[in-house]
Design a binder for this molecule. Structure first.
Ligand code: GLU
Length: 480
């Protein structure tokens, strides 16, 4: 049975890299009719943030990546929050100490700090010098009884190599003299990531550990722990890093990294998922658009790339625009409504007209938050006097003749629709002898204040006779 897990630390937001990890774990599990688990790794008490777990779960749900087991849905192998599993870790620490694989370390922060400084000054790799390794169990117990604070460290061989097999990278070898006696239990009684992660992966029967490359250096220590406990090793797959365009590690400083930010800005979860799926994995073809079901079918760990994947925000925008274009009208209306301007400019429009506006704007949107700007010519009448770039056109004699002739037509119809508008423009052309681009640009500028945008006949139809005439009159007033 394939069992994968996403094991985030609740930092207050879901990192896009985290979502990619969750996605790959999800896809792999679903592809093989397996189980996808959410486990909260909250053993770092200093980084605890109120509401972070709830936020994480609701953001994951928003993206459509549902877990089969987890803190909110339960499961056979819970609890799924590490801070609720402390007694399990305690028991396993004791086992390791008993078997001589781990020991109490009483070194003070000051000692560790000066050790580190000295090693750096001597051009050595900073690492713990195993100072407390040989303290006997009795002595350690006496010190603890006397109230001495301690941590527990695992013993890591001081020489030799540890080899791991990674499904993405193949065989990876680590020299033990570059590793150190890793802390497993902190002085506050909480386990470190390493112990809790290994214990939980074992008891939750995780078959495949799929996680970011930043955890690769921890894997030899994890392998040792599995050996110390006598447990079967899961399979490992380390995903390539997500990088900024300059190949630095994707960081908050260079843009948004929180999934919540993207969703708030009007990225569709389906687009974000599709985009992230292709960051580090490829389908082996040029195809780029995949829905979740198609991703499940196409996904394989074999096609995960080793090289870091550049997070290209423009590509994400493009992908999002593709998904927005594909929205059915009723979905577009539902999803777009939080992004409409919430002032009078929009409230003045009847609901069905707002729907028409959104459908017209649909092909022009990269994100839903583009709506107020891309649709501003609907929501606000253009102010031609302020338009410095188009003054030559606005002040030209043709501008007046065209608009006056058009007005003449418009006042005569009962309803202004796109077909009627086209025949009116034809008449204007005959009457004024102004043709082609000049004619269309004149009308467009008068009505929306810009040279480019959606089909002006559709705009005219949506504006309707009264609004259209009002804008025509305002333009004629400027050039009267
Ligand atoms: N808690 C770790 C994290 O925040 C999990 C790493 C792992 O998957 O082993 O990413």
């Amino acid at each position: 049975m394939i069992r994968t897990r996403f094991a985030p630390s609740p930092t207050g937001y879901l990192h896009v890299g985290g979502l990619r990890t969750a996605l790959y774990n999800y896809l792999y599990a679903k592809k093989h009719n397996g189980v996808f688990i959410l486990r909260i790794e909250d053993t770092d008490q200093q980084r605890k943030i109120e509401g972070a777990v709830e936020n994480l779960i609701s953001t994951l749900k928003w993206t459509g990546i549902y877990h089969d087991e987890g803190p909110d849905v339960g499961g056979e192998f819970g609890p799924y929050i590490q801070s609720q599993r402390l007694s399990i870790y305690r028991e396993h620490i004791n086992q390791l100490i008993e078997a001589g694989h781990a020991y109490h370390c009483f070194c003070s922060t000051d000692r560790l700090k000066s050790l580190r400084e000295q090693q750096i000054a001597e051009n050595q790799n900073p690492r713990y010098d195993n100072h407390c390794r040989d303290i006997s169990k009795d002595e350690a117990e006496q010190r603890i009884a006397a109230g001495k604070s301690s941590v527990v460290r695992m013993k890591v061989p001081t020489s030799g190599f540890i080899e791991i097999y990674d499904l993405v990278r193949g065989k990876v070898t680590f020299a033990c003299d570059l590793l150190e006696d890793q802390i497993l239990l902190k002085s506050d009684g909480f386990p470190t990531y390493h112990l809790a992660n290994v214990v939980d992966d074992h008891y939750m029967q995780i078959s495949h550990v799929i996680r970011g490359e930043e955890w690769l250096p921890s894997t030899p220590k994890h392998k040792l722990l599995y050996e110390y406990f006598g447990w079967k090793l899961p399979q490992f797959a380390h995903l390539p890093l997500l990088l900024n365009a300059d190949r630095s590690k994707l960081s908050k400083r260079q843009g948004d990294v929180a999934v919540e930010d993207y969703l708030r800005k009007g990225y569709l979860p389906e687009a974000l998922i599709n985009f992230l799926a292709l960051l580090g994995w490829n389908p082996g073809t040029n195809r780029e658009i995949f829905n979740l079901e198609e991703l499940i079918q196409a996904f394989s760990l074999k096609r995960i790339n080793k090289a870091g994947a550049i997070f290209n925000p423009e590509k994400l925008q493009w992908m999002n625009s593709q998904y927005i274009r594909g929205l059915k009208p009723e979905n577009l209306l539902k999803l777009a409504s939080p992004y409409l301007p919430d002032d009078k400019s929009c409230q003045d429009w009847p609901k069905d007209k707002v729907g028409e506006i959104l459908l017209l704007l649909q092909p022009y949107l990269s994100t839903l938050s583009d709506i107020p700007e891309k649709g501003s010519f609907f929501f606000n009448d253009p102010v031609l006097s302020e338009n410095t770039e188009l003054q030559d056109l606005i002040r030209s004699p043709e501008f007046h003749t065209v608009l006056a002739s058009l007005k003449n037509q418009v006042v005569r119809v009962r309803i202004l629709n796109s077909a009627a508008f086209h025949s009116m423009v034809k008449t204007v052309q005959q009457e004024t002898r102004v043709t082609g681009k000049q004619l269309w640009t004149t009308i467009r500028v008068a009505i929306i204040g810009k040279e480019h945008g959606p089909d002006i006949s559709k705009i005219a139809e949506i504006l309707g006779k009264d609004r259209f005439l009002k804008r025509l009159d305002a333009a004629l007033k400027i050039n009267g």
